[in-house]
Design a binder for this molecule. Structure first.
Ligand SMILES: O=C(O)CCC(=O)C(=O)O
Length: 340
């Protein structure tokens, strides 16, 4: 078994979305009982979206949040020399290497987690066939003082998010919802994501932007939104209506830029509040889910879901991570009222 800088061997790999990477690293750290801040980890994972996730990249990411790791080359029969959990590559499908965690190792096989779904058992022979030879292990717990500080940061972020989060029924009445859907229907185009406004498999819906000439009640909607979040000064972007057909979704994401410098996010002035108004509810699926906050909202026509995207310390709040889950049948329409 050799421990060394394994950048050479750690070939590049598919680009993971922030949610899968976050899940994998959370499982790795929880299994290894390594204290860590979910808030800090979420920030690091989403800042790395779009990068190729080699094992050395994971090591660097963990280093950024204060967690030391060591990388090893070893044959599958020698993995018993390391204490699980092992962060590793497996080649489970021809030509496709995926990141996985070896949770436990038995005489006759291993238990592996790939970041989604359940852990699975593999015999020694199956494991040897997919084992890629490189593993990452943690160097143990981080400094306890840092860990305590991080835990405090998580608790504050969670409390602040909880205080800002709400669902207001009847924000719009049914005829207002229908009017907006009617206006939007001539303007839909494939939705885009990120700074570069790219089409992406992360977001498969259609979007339509409505300004005040297209939607005369825009000013009244903005007034209601100011009242809803008790901020008379708020300014807003143009309204954005989204349409999801069957199978369409918006995977886990934040509505704000996770790349902005710590403590200065709101200086960029973007999306202090998200207000999402559901315009229809005659479809199946399409809940808005908050995996870190642990809430799932079933859309009701006319209701407004609202939450603040930043902490009091002006960092993006990781608990604002959310996803528009796939619509299973029918069409979901919703409207983003994003404050500047
Ligand atoms: O459709 C949803 O439930 C979520 C929409 C959303 O997150 C967005 O458009 O940014």
């Amino acid at each position: 078994m050799r421990q060394r800088d394994f950048r050479l061997r750690s070939r590049s790999l598919e680009i993971l979305d922030g949610c899968t990477l976050f899940n994998l690293i959370s499982i790795f750290l929880a299994e290894g009982r390594v204290p860590h801040s979910r808030a800090q980890l979420a920030n690091a994972c989403w800042s790395s979206q779009g990068e190729e996730h080699s094992l050395s990249y994971v090591a660097k990411l963990l280093d950024r949040v204060g967690i030391g790791t060591s990388g090893y080359y070893l044959a599958s029969r020698r993995t018993h020399q390391l204490t699980p959990p092992l962060f590793c590559f497996l080649t489970r499908h021809p030509g496709r290497r995926s990141l996985a965690i070896v949770l436990r190792r038995y005489k006759d096989g291993v238990v592996v987690h790939e970041g989604a779904g359940e852990a699975m058992a593999m015999s020694r022979r199956e494991f040897a066939a997919v084992w890629d030879g490189v593993a990452l292990v943690t160097e143990g717990a981080t400094d306890q003082l840092i860990a305590d500080e991080q835990r405090g940061m998580d608790e504050r972020s969670l409390e602040q998010f909880r205080a800002s989060f709400g669902l207001k029924a009847g924000f719009l009445d049914a005829s207002e919802c229908d009017e907006i859907v009617g206006q939007a229907s001539r303007h839909f185009q494939r939705s885009v994501v990120g700074r570069a406004l790219e089409v992406s498999p992360v977001r498969t819906s259609q979007s339509a932007y409505l300004n005040s000439s297209l939607i005369p009640m825009q000013a009244s909607i903005f007034d209601r939104a100011r009242q809803l979040v008790s901020d008379a000064e708020l300014e807003f972007e143009d309204l954005q209506v989204v349409r999801y057909g069957p199978g369409e979704s918006y995977q886990c994401h934040f509505d704000v830029d996770m790349h902005s410098p710590p403590g200065q996010s709101s200086a960029f002035g973007l999306r202090k509040w998200t207000i999402l108004v559901y315009l229809t509810d005659d479809f199946v699926g399409g809940e808005t889910r908050f995996p870190l906050f642990g809430e799932s909202i079933a859309p009701r026509k006319g209701a407004a879901l609202y939450f603040r995207n930043y902490t009091d310390e002006e960092n993006p709040n990781p608990f604002a991570l959310h996803t528009g889950t796939p619509v299973r049948s029918g069409a979901k329409f919703a409207m983003n009222v994003w404050s500047k």
